[in-house]
Design a protein around this ligand. Structure first.
Ligand code: 16G
Ligand code: MG
Length: 560
């Protein structure tokens, strides 16, 4: 790095002093905090994004959002060239940059890191960073801080895509790096075209059924609602009504949104007795989570939640069915020697009933740590990898190799086989691979796939919900002196440290039929999370409570 570059960095960094006494961490998925203290962090992440672009010689994404957090918060995260999350190898550097004490310290750290990583400054390729933000009021000024960070790397270009959902930005980064058309209208076109393909391929007997075309969506008063309004103009055969679109004065994530609906299991604001039985969906604040629900009764606000696990189960069932048709052995003319590897990825939060259901379908189920980056990485190891967290983050990944095979198969079938069903299965799988976001979980593309599959199956939301019955569960959080004192293993299902705690959890769990409980340090809040499930709600509540008491006893403020 030359003197001029250093001087520019130093000058711009002095404009963004860090707030006193604040230590930030990149966490599970980016920095999040009260928006009033985030400018310096966002500025520094802007620099990091430009460096990442230089290092990878690719377009990088920078998203300003705090997802399901309250509206006073904001956050920032980076999309890598694949459109996925920032490589975990660079997360410690992000932490170091965010916490550099002053401009001199910051520049020193950047110089050191750039040397270690061999970052090519002043080469033929300049850095390019795509910027997106959600609808939070603080987004605009933070965007300016990000721009200044990017611009302090000589030659770097910041391309402001304006207000977007998080998955739209990830999708654009992936598309640009693949040389595809990747504007916002391209996104809507790809989703609506592939949805249209799936609808055209619905079996005639199902298409003839009188199905409820209407879906009512809770937009969390965030960006998802307004983007869905755009998308729905291009859809045939599906009527979408968006509520909580943020235009009628509702507050982002306040009593609305996928996180609220999934955790509280009650109707979001502006849904009520008149909606009993209707098929409803809820997005989170940046539209990367999706859950469905229906209102159970006119007399209370309870819902039947159809969470990420059930979306996963619906997708898995459909994909397995199509693969079964495509690779059936009876057709002698077609070469079926390729064994497609289908994998399903969950976390410890997946309801035990969902895992049993998936295993009964004969599927390979794998568990990872909580957080999209871990599930995504695992799912990418398969020809088709389906991943979902119970909270509604998830997607279906298709390997490039498999998509090529599928294309070839489609052509082969069209020329030599008279089996129309096999041809349709190939076309359906190709349409799914175009519809469902390949970069990251995306509530909008997930929603369209759910709708197409329900229509394909001829199912109401009630029928879908009956795939299996969730075991009652309870989540609690416990404030402790130091959450890093908890070390877990086996995809967070076993506590290794402090010694003795896992034995205490085992002893509690053994008291309840179908009991299961685990604890883990949160990656986004300074707490230990407790999860419990059991055959009744009372048992799940009681198991969670006793495990929380053990956590408090081993790690609470009075424990040392
Ligand atoms: C973040 C993660 C989510 C995870 C949650 C866990 C992404 C995009 N989001 O929201 O996947 O479930 O953190 O939070 O990765 P926790 O560690 O506080 O329980
Ligand atoms: Mg989100």
């Amino acid at each position: 790095m030359d003197e001029e570059q250093r001087a520019i960095l130093l000058e711009s960094a002095t404009r963004f002093p860090t707030p006193e006494g604040v230590k930030l961490s990149y966490g599970t998925s980016g920095f999040r905090a009260d928006a009033s203290i985030l400018s310096s962090t966002v500025f520094r992440v802007g620099i990091l994004a430009a460096l990442r672009s230089l290092k990878t010689q690719s377009v990088i994404g920078l998203m300003i959002t705090a997802s399901h957090n309250e509206v006073s918060d904001n956050g920032i995260k980076i999309a890598d060239p694949s459109g996925g999350m920032l490589t975990q190898e660079w997360e410690p550097f992000a932490d170091t940059l965010a916490n550099a004490i002053d401009a001199q310290d910051l520049v020193r750290l950047i110089v050191e890191f750039a040397k270690k990583e061999n970052i090519p400054f002043g080469g033929v390729h300049s850095a390019q960073v795509l910027l997106g933000r959600d609808t939070r009021p603080s987004g605009e000024s933070l965007m300016e801080a990000a721009r200044q960070g990017i611009n302090s790397i000589v030659g770097a270009v910041a391309i402001d895509m304006g207000v977007l959902t998080t998955p739209q930005l990830h999708w654009m980064v992936r598309g640009r790096n693949k040389g595809m058309k990747a504007s916002e209208p391209d996104y809507y076109e790809q989703l609506s075209n592939s949805f249209g393909c799936l609808m055209d391929l619905i079996p005639k007997e199902m298409a003839a059924l009188a199905m409820d075309e209407k879906l009512t969506v809770d937009g969390a008063n965030g960006v998802g609602g307004e983007k869905l309004e755009e998308l729905k103009k291009l859809l045939n055969g599906l009527v979408i009504q968006v509520r909580n679109d943020g235009k009628e004065g509702g507050v982002l994530n306040e009593g609305v949104g996928a996180d609220y609906v999934q955790k509280e299991k009650v109707v979001p604001c502006s849904f009520g007795p008149n909606d009993v039985g209707l098929r409803c969906a809820s997005l989170d604040g940046d539209a990367d989570r999706l859950v469905y629900f229906h209102v159970l009764s006119k007399s209370n606000n309870k819902i039947d939640l159809v969470d990420g696990d059930k979306i996963l189960s619906l997708f898995a069932l459909y994909i397995k069915e199509q693969l079964g048709i495509l690779t059936k052995k009876e057709d002698e003319e077609v070469n079926n020697d390729y064994r497609v590897r289908l994998g399903v990825v969950q976390t410890a939060y997946a309801n035990g009933a969902s895992t049993d259901y998936l295993k009964h379908l004969g599927l390979e189920v794998i568990f990872t740590h909580t957080g999209v980056k871990y599930l995504h990485e695992k799912a990418a190891e398969y020809d088709i990898g389906i991943y979902f967290e119970a909270n509604g983050h998830g997607t279906i990944l298709f390997s490039e190799h498999f998509v090529c095979w599928l294309e070839a198969k489609k052509n082969e079938l069209a020329s030599i086989s008279t089996d129309l069903e096999m041809q349709k299965a190939a076309l359906r799988l190709l349409a799914v691979s175009n519809l469902i976001n390949q970069a990251v979980g995306d509530a909008l593309s997930g929603l369209l796939l759910v709708e197409a599959i329900l229509r394909h199956m001829g199912w109401s939301i009630q029928k879908w919900s009956e795939l299996y019955q969730d075991l009652p569960s309870r989540q609690l959080k416990v404030k402790v002196a130091d959450r890093t004192a908890v070390i877990t293993a086996n995809a967070e299902t076993v506590v290794v440290k402090p010694p003795g705690l896992q034995e205490a959890i085992n002893a509690e769990t053994a008291k309840y039929p179908q009991g299961r409980s685990f604890i883990r340090p949160s990656g986004t809040e300074d707490v230990i999370r407790v999860y419990a499930e059991a055959s009744t709600q009372e048992s799940a509540d009681s198991l969670a409570k006793s495990v929380a008491q053990h956590v408090d006893h081993f790690l609470g403020f009075g424990s040392s």
